[in-house]
Ligand binder design. Structure first.
Ligand code: SF4
Length: 492
């Protein structure tokens, strides 16, 4: 094969939303490399792991779990090796061609990173010439020191991966040329013990090719869906890259600069993909599908004309939405929207960097629900500086919509993310003394903070507990309703 092997890695935990999508980012890389004559193949092992591998390692399932010592024992080649971990790496490794030139991992989630380390080690043992590359959103948003230390990869790509991967392939023929590699944008590598970070490679949304899922088994991604019918295939597609909002608690801004595709490109590509993959169902992967209101309005009008019967869902934001736009979206086949509302309290909305008015939020949710669109409302509790008034507003919002079948709440506890604005500029957000809270390496790390005005870590902890107690009956009701209807899984 001696080309580029693209891998959407399995994971070390099945604590995943059990959804089925062809991997968008990998499909774009595949299309880009193929169009430039690079021999390329792609493998989606996450699907195998989640749906066809009941005996696989699973950190959060006691029966198939393992310890940190087991894991690092395998990674460092100590002792005979944990049977489950070795079997896992061997199983997925044996599905790959053994004569690839570059093995490029598209890592999205935390639990995929650990699986990639195991698999990369296996690849290197089987194919000594293999060049291993880690990329994807996980590598892009994480602090470099948090992944470079575990090695296994020869190069890491931060941000857009198309050009870096192409140039890396060219620079590795017939053998890696250090000088050429040193000039490739977007890559991180180690030379003489130092970590070298080249400036990011940029690629606007308009330059992005539509994904090509050649080699993936279409049927494996199909399922019965109440809106899209039996055997529906939801194709992932994005109209924009990056996020126009830049919330203070989120690292989404680090993935890409915000840019949009033109309406013509979007509609042409959706029509092409719809025909090619015999489906009219789409999942828009944009951070906010309505980041550019007039663009979305034009796109919706064209979809309604050119892909009649289309069905789609997306993430959206309150800012830049209107009842009129919702009407157009509904006509174009929108059946669900995911809103990153986070809070119903104006001070918290401001703190989190959201830019909408609470009254406007209710107007939008009401209009959307009245049109028959199902609305998934993400809410965060235990936010910094949270007051009992904030908790009351949370409860009030849930109460207002608790009997509305078109509204589903998805609550989360606040986590301070490394590299978020809040974490990088704590004083600006009234925070100080940020400390890492020790958990196992296989869990996302957590940070504790103090608040200005003498609010210590202990006071924050007690306040969070108290607020959590106040919310408990409401959270339990939400959970019961969501699991009763299996709404999260089946209606998406
Ligand atoms: S939370 Fe959503 S809207 Fe806010 S920055 Fe992150 S991706 Fe963008």
């Amino acid at each position: 094969m001696s080309g580029v092997i693209l891998i959407h890695p399995p994971a070390i935990s099945k604590r995943y939303l059990q959804t089925k999508f062809m991997p968008y980012g990998m499909g774009v890389l595949y299309a880009f490399l193929k169009a430039r004559g690079v021999p390329v193949a792609q493998y989606d092992f996450l699907m195998d792991y989640l749906y066809d591998d009941p005996e696989a390692i699973d950190f959060h399932n006691r029966e198939n779990s393992f310890t940190e010592n087991d894991f690092f024992g395998v990674l460092e080649g100590r002792g005979p090796g944990h049977e489950g971990l070795c079997g896992f790496a061997g199983k997925y490794g044996s599905m790959l061609p053994s004569d690839g030139k570059i093995y490029a991992f598209s890592i999205i989630a935390y639990h995929q990173f650990w699986a990639s380390l195991l698999l990369a080690r296996h690849i290197k043992r089987v194919n000594h010439q293999a060049v291993v590359v880690f990329g994807g959103p996980f590598i892009t948003i994480r602090p470099i020191e948090s992944f470079v230390v575990y090695g296994q990869a020869d190069y890491w790509i931060r941000g857009n991966g198309e050009t870096p991967l192409l140039r890396l392939y060219q620079a590795c023929l017939p053998a890696p040329d250090e000088e050429k590699i040193g000039r490739i944008p977007g890559i991180v590598y180690i030379r003489d013990g130092a970590v070298i970070r080249n400036p990011r490679s940029r690629c606007s949304a308009e330059e992005e090719p539509p994904p090509d899922f050649e080699g993936l088994d279409r049927e494996r991604y199909t399922y019965d869906h109440p809106e899209a019918g039996a055997g529906a295939l939801f194709l992932p597609y994005r109209t924009s890259k990056g996020c126009p909002t830049g919330c203070s608690f989120c690292t989404g801004r680090l993935v890409d600069r915000y840019s949009t595709k033109s309406a013509r490109k979007i509609v042409n590509e959706l029509s092409f993909l719809s025909e090619r993959y015999r489906t009219k169902a789409f999942m828009f992967t944009d951070a906010s599908v309505n980041g550019n209101e007039s663009l979305l309005s034009d796109v919706c009008e064209s979809i309604a004309d050119t892909i009649p019967g289309a069905r789609w869902y997306a993430y959206a934001r309150m800012e830049g939405c209107s009842p009129r736009l919702l009407e157009r979206m509904r006509k174009a086949g929108c059946f669900s929207l995911f809103w990153g509302v986070e809070s119903a309290s104006p001070p918290t909305i401001r703190l989190l960097g959201k830019r909408f008015r609470v009254e406007r939020m209710s107007e939008i949710i009401d209009a959307s629900a009245a049109l028959g669109i199902r609305n998934y409302i993400h809410l965060i509790y235990n936010t910094p500086h949270e007051t009992t008034e904030d908790v009351k507003r949370f409860l009030g919002l849930v109460k207002r919509y608790c009997d509305n079948e078109q509204v589903v709440f998805v609550p989360h506890r606040f986590l301070l993310e490394a590299r978020s604005r809040m974490c990088e500029h704590p004083r600006h957000y009234g925070l100080r003394d940020i400390r890492r809270f020790q958990t196992t390496v296989f869990e996302r790390e957590q940070y504790l903070y103090e608040e200005e005005g003498g609010i210590t870590h202990e006071i924050v902890r007690k306040r969070n507990e108290e607020h959590r107690r106040m919310l408990e009956p409401c959270l339990a009701r939400i959970e019961t309703r969501n699991s009763r209807d299996a709404v999260i899984r089946e209606q998406m």
